[in-house]
Design a protein around this ligand. Structure first.
Ligand code: SF4
Length: 218
C-alpha cells in the first residue's frame, strides 16, 4: 500500500481533512485549477489551454475563473529553468508516491518546485515544507540528491525557497505511518485549530462524524 504526497500534506493541515479527501478524491480545489494555469504558462500555452486541461478532469468553471482572476505570474520564476513537469515519482522503500509539479534548475543544480496558494508573512507553511521534504526523498530514491526546494505561491506571486533537513524527512516518515493507519478506516480527531474549520468544505459532514476510540492513538 502506498501513501500519496498530497495525503501527507493534507494530514499535516488536519488529520480529518486527510480522511475526507481520501473518501472524496474527485472534488476539485483551487489548487487543481492554479496547477493547470501555472503549468500551461510555464510550458508556453495560454489560459484557454489551461481551461481545456482543467475541464477534462473537472466541471467547475466558476472555480477555474476564480483561480484565474487571483493568479499572479511573477518574473522571479525566470530565475528557474524548467526541466520537466508533472513527474510521477514512487519509492517502494518508503511506501510513498506523488506527482511533482515541476523540476527546476538553479545555478546548475536541480530542485523540486511545488505550488501553493497564499504565503505566510515569513517562511513557508508547514504543509508545504512537508510536501517538499517528501519530494526531496522521492527524488533521492530516484537518483537525485537535493536538500532544498522552491514553493511558488500562485495567488501572491511569491517564490520562496527552503532547506530540507533530517527533521523534515523524519516527520515525513511519521506522517506516512499515520496516513497508512487512516487507510484502515479510522476516523481521526478534528483539528484543534478552529480557524481552519471556518473555511473547510467538509465542515457540515465533519460535525456529524463521531471520532473512533482507535483514532485517539493516531
Ligand atoms: S471541519 Fe475542521 S476538523 Fe473537520 S475536516 Fe475540516 S478542518 Fe478538519
Amino acid at each position: 500500500m502506498f501513501v500519496n504526497v498530497s495525503e501527507i500534506s493534507a494530514y499535516a493541515i488536519c488529520p480529518r481533512l486527510c480522511y475526507f479527501r481520501m473518501q472524496d478524491k474527485i472534488k476539485p480545489t483551487e489548487l487543481h485549477a492554479v496547477r493547470e494555469i501555472y503549468l500551461s504558462k510555464r510550458k508556453g500555452f495560454d489560459e484557454s489551454w489551461a481551461f481545456e486541461r482543467f475541464s477534462q478532469m473537472f466541471s467547475d468553471d466558476e472555480l477555474f475563473e476564480r483561480a484565474l482572476n487571483n493568479f499572479k505570474f511573477d518574473s522571479s520564476l525566470e530565475l528557474l529553468k524548467p526541466i520537466d513537469w508533472e513527474i510521477r515519482l514512487k519509492s517502494e522503500k518508503i511506501k510513498l508516491r506523488g506527482v511533482l509539479d515541476e523540476l527546476v534548475e538553479f545555478k546548475d543544480k536541480r530542485f523540486p518546485l511545488v505550488l501553493s496558494l497564499r504565503c505566510p508573512k515569513e517562511g513557508i507553511w508547514f504543509r508545504d515544507r512537508i510536501k517538499l521534504a517528501a519530494f526531496c526523498m522521492l527524488l533521492k530514491s530516484n537518483g537525485l540528491n537535493c536538500d532544498k526546494g522552491f514553493i511558488y505561491h500562485c495567488f501572491d506571486g511569491e517564490l520562496r525557497v527552503t532547506d530540507i533537513g533530517r527533521k523534515e524527512r523524519y516527520y515525513v516518515l511519521k506522517l506516512i505511518e499515520r496516513v497508512l493507519r487512516l487507510k484502515k478506516g479510522f476516523v481521526p480527531e478534528k483539528t484543534k485549530n478552529a480557524k481552519l474549520c471556518e473555511k473547510c468544505d467538509y465542515r457540515d459532514v465533519c460535525d456529524s462524524k463521531p471520532s473512533t476510540f482507535a483514532s485517539k492513538f493516531l
